[in-house]
Design a protein around this ligand. Structure first.
Ligand code: BEZ
Ligand code: FE
Length: 308
């Protein structure tokens, strides 16, 4: 008879506690992380394995389903390029991006609420002068956006950087249509004035579908979910000594406010885009009349120093 013990004495499983065993599976794998020098990594992996194994047991995952999951994740990775981030999209449609955001940016007092960054903040926005337009195609309804960046005490955040990006009137970001629309269309980096004020011209945003020609789109279709996001403008505010705010300005009345494909809507971020028909004001602002106007005051958190 062949001896498979490599010369070791035959022994019962109880003498080899590292052997895999479905009952104790998560514990056995967690034990393998015990020597990890990074305690946070150890804690995160231990919890991940516990939940993952619980999930596999909960749904009694079949081998075919596991293979399908591996194929799905492989396809998700293959869909990624420098300007297409399918994993971010997956995290977004599963609500994980919003959950991470919620845990890390709790709503407090008057602070402007945050929301998902999304996968289209993939290029550096071009610096533009206050009041300039971010629209480089002239397609869409003209819109003036104004606002002021202040801290919790109402003090202006002078010189704050206000980075904005949005989809075009057909629902596409510039990076989705390279060569068809000018690079940097509907993106701009503005520097607030000494009073924290900013303003820029753009077009009225429109609801649009998230990219659904990849595995994530397949997931949405398989679960009878639509891919749409309500009309919005992305805004990211940064300034020295201030906690970076990544948020959206949502348009009141847009479809999909209550069923955003990525769960990004917060009621406090919805604003009216009012119609202004005022040729004199339009001329003063340098915008076509009539136009829409939306005001988006922003309150950010000053990072307190230890002794403050
Ligand atoms: C966006 O608003 O740009 C976006 C957010 C999440 C997924 C896809 C797009
Ligand atoms: Fe967007």
């Amino acid at each position: 008879m062949t001896d498979h013990t490599n010369g070791l004495p035959r022994t019962g499983a109880e003498a080899l506690p590292g052997l895999f065993d479905a009952e104790r599976s998560a514990h056995i794998v967690a034990t393998s992380f015990a020597a990890s020098p990074d305690p946070r990594l150890r804690a995160v992996l231990t919890s991940l394995v516990a939940h993952l194994h619980d999930f596999v047991k909960d749904v009694t995952l079949t081998s075919q389903e596991w293979e399908a999951a591996i194929r799905f994740l492989t396809a998700t990775g293959k869909k990624c390029t420098d300007t297409r981030q399918e994993f971010v999209l997956l995290s977004d449609v599963l609500g994980v991006s919003m959950l991470v955001d919620a845990l890390n940016n709790r709503a407090e007092g008057d602070l402007t609420e945050s929301t998902v960054e999304g996968p289209f903040h993939v290029v550096v926005s071009p610096p533009r002068a206050l009041g300039a337009s971010i629209d480089e195609t002239g397609k869409g309804e003209p819109c003036l956006v104004t606002g002021r960046v202040v801290d919790e005490d109402g003090l202006p955040v002078a010189g704050a950087s206000v980075d904005v990006w949005q989809a075009d009137a057909d629902g596409y970001y510039d990076v989705q249509l390279p060569g068809e629309v000018p690079a940097n269309n509907l993106r701009g980096l503005f520097t607030a004035d000494a009073e924290g004020r900013f303003r820029f011209q753009t077009i009225v945003p429109r609801f649009y579908p998230i990219p659904d020609d990849g595995p994530v789109g397949g997931l949405l279709r398989a679960t009878s979910r639509h891919p749409y996001r309500p009309a919005h403008i992305h805004v990211e505010v940064t300034a020295p000594g201030v906690r970076t705010l990544t948020t959206h300005l949502f348009m009141a009345g847009t479809p999909y406010l209550n069923s955003d494909a990525v769960f990004g809507v917060k009621a406090s971020l919805i604003r009216d885009f009012v119609v202004l028909d005022d040729p004199e004001l339009a001329a003063a602002v340098g915008i076509a009349n009539p136009f829409r106007w939306v005001n988006f005051p922003i309150v950010v958190r000053r990072e307190r120093k230890l002794n403050d």
